[in-house]
Ligand binder design. Structure first.
Ligand code: 5GP
Length: 132
């Protein structure tokens, strides 16, 4: 059983900040900024890609509400809303979760780096990806 299932079951304690019938939100045990929060579905899904759509939409509604509230309550200047899907994308806990990371300055402990990759044919990729 993964660590977030254990938290949902009450087998591991957490600093709970929100709960409803579908999801639980608690403080990240390794916070990268003040108020760094994890929102998880109570039902187990490995990651965003395999999450049931209704559950996913519910989670994202809660995330938006909490993120807005956190920014106001903590007097943050913004926030990152992040989900990592699978190991290659940096996921370490195999239970769908969304990070809410309030941001105060570029000294916060969160880094998202976009490094342009040369040689990608955007026309070709557009044709592959265009949804009719
Ligand atoms: P990921 O890298 O999978 O997107 O993020 C997993 C997050 O879960 C990490 O930020 C890590 O600090 C957090 N985490 C891992 N184990 C626990 C735990 O037992 N309790 C809490 N509250 N957070 C955890």
């Amino acid at each position: 059983m993964d660590v977030f299932c254990k938290i949902v079951n009450g087998d591991i304690p957490c600093y709970k900040v929100y709960e409803d019938e579908v999801c639980l939100a608690f403080l990240d045990v390794n916070p990268v900024s003040k108020g760094h929060t994890i929102v998880v579905p109570k039902q187990h899904f490995e990651e965003a890609l395999d999450c049931d759509m209704e559950v996913y939409l519910h989670i994202m509604k809660v995330v938006k509400t909490l993120a807005t509230t956190w920014v106001n309550k903590l007097d943050a200047k913004g926030c990152n809303i992040v989900t990592n899907a699978k190991e290659v994308a940096g996921q370490t806990v195999p239970h769908f979760h969304v990070h809410i990371i309030p941001r105060y300055s570029d000294e916060d402990g969160y880094r998202a780096e976009y490094v342009k990759q040369e040689g990608l044919d955007l026309v070709e990729i557009m044709h592959v990806l265009t949804v009719e």
